[in-house]
Design a protein around this ligand. Sequence first.
Ligand SMILES: Nc1ncnc2c1ncn2[C@@H]1O[C@H](COP(=O)(O)OP(=O)(O)O)[C@@H](O)[C@H]1O
Ligand SMILES: CC(C)(COP(=O)(O)O)[C@@H](O)C(=O)NCCC(=O)O
Ligand SMILES: [K+]
Length: 255
Amino acid sequence: MILAVDIGNTNIVLGVYRKRELLHHFRLSTARQSTADEYGVLIHNLFHMSNISFKDVEGVIISSVVPPLVQVIVEMCVKYIGKDPLLVGPGIKTGLNLRYENPREVGADRIVNAVAAIEQYKCPLVVVDFGTATTFDCIDAGANYLGGAIVPGLGISTEALYQRASKLPRIELEKPKKVIGRNTVHAMQAGIIFGYAGQVEGIVRRIKQEMNAPVLKVIATGGLATLIAGETDCIDEVNPMLTLEGLRIIYDRNQ
Ligand SMILES: Nc1ncnc2c1ncn2[C@@H]1O[C@H](COP(=O)(O)OP(=O)(O)O)[C@@H](O)[C@H]1O
Ligand SMILES: CC(C)(COP(=O)(O)O)[C@@H](O)C(=O)NCCC(=O)O
Ligand SMILES: [K+]
């Protein structure tokens, strides 16, 4: 078995693979003050509840966009699983041709998503990851990673309204029945959800133009992908496990 760990700004997602098969996946909160021991207990318990054991883990691969947690999770792996994890970053084989000005700057999750998408779909394509931030990653017909766009995530956007406008409450990220809201909560939900869908459509349209690729597959992933994919035709497919798949593929490429 191998353990794939994606450390995002909101959630740490773990996947347990046997060869190419995802046997289990778990989602933990990203808590920057948590210790290696605390994550060790949590993950050990999740393994126990799923009838699997740290002893069966042959290797671990980690991608992180939260630098302070990398050492914590590495320490957890060494201390409790007894394995030195592979870190997605400089020096690791991803097989991806990065056209970013400074390839070290690209978020590891974006690299991992791109690797998985190239393996599973036909290029050219765009990956949209609805996480803490929403990222757009563009891959051309030759499978080169071109770059993309970063926008405030749905959660961040919603939170900003609540924090910066005294009379706006904290709301649930739910689709309202109508775009014309007749109370504050519905009006905010309409603005956030339908506005976000429009934003995605607008960015994808411009990407198609700039890439000169009228036919471009658009894959969505991340915690909030389904919510927005339901509101726009520009997303072809939702693949919630894309990041874990990418980690598994990169792990294999480095054996
Ligand atoms: N299965 C799910 N269903 C609905 N919302 C989810 C799910 N998983 C995560 N979320 C929410 O989606 C948001 C982004 O999560 P995630 O994609 O894990 O972000 P990140 O990669 O930045 O940690 C968070 O607000 C999280 O609570
Ligand atoms: C854009 C991100 C914050 C997205 O992170 P997430 O929402 O998945 O937590 C992350 O990919 C990141 O920190 N990237 C570095 C900057 C870049 O990709 O150019
Ligand atoms: K992510």
